[in-house]
Design a protein around this ligand. Structure first.
Ligand code: ZN
Length: 80
């Protein structure tokens, strides 16, 4: 009896861990790092520490990302 409950909660924990790992993995993938090239238009950036070549690209990227993250959040909510 209690063993069945333990097994069920174990599976739940594994599924939650997997979901969290997926969220972390995708969050890492969509975070741009300064590479010397703008990740949005591939133009060289002014400084090596700059992620984007201009604020317009940063804004476009951010808007694009927010839409993607909102979609991911909605999908996650629907699955629960
Ligand atoms: Zn750019």
């Amino acid at each position: 009896m209690s063993r069945a409950i333990d097994m069920a909660s174990d599976r739940e924990m594994v599924e939650r861990d997997l979901a969290l790992a997926n969220i972390r993995a995708s969050a890492k993938r969509i975070t741009p790092l300064p590479t010397g090239l703008c990740p949005w238009c591939s133009d060289p950036t002014a400084a090596p520490d700059d992620v984007f070549c201009c604020t317009e690209c940063a804004k476009d990227w951010q808007e694009h990302n927010e839409r993607k993250q909102t979609a991911a959040r909605i999908n996650g909510m629907l699955r629960q």
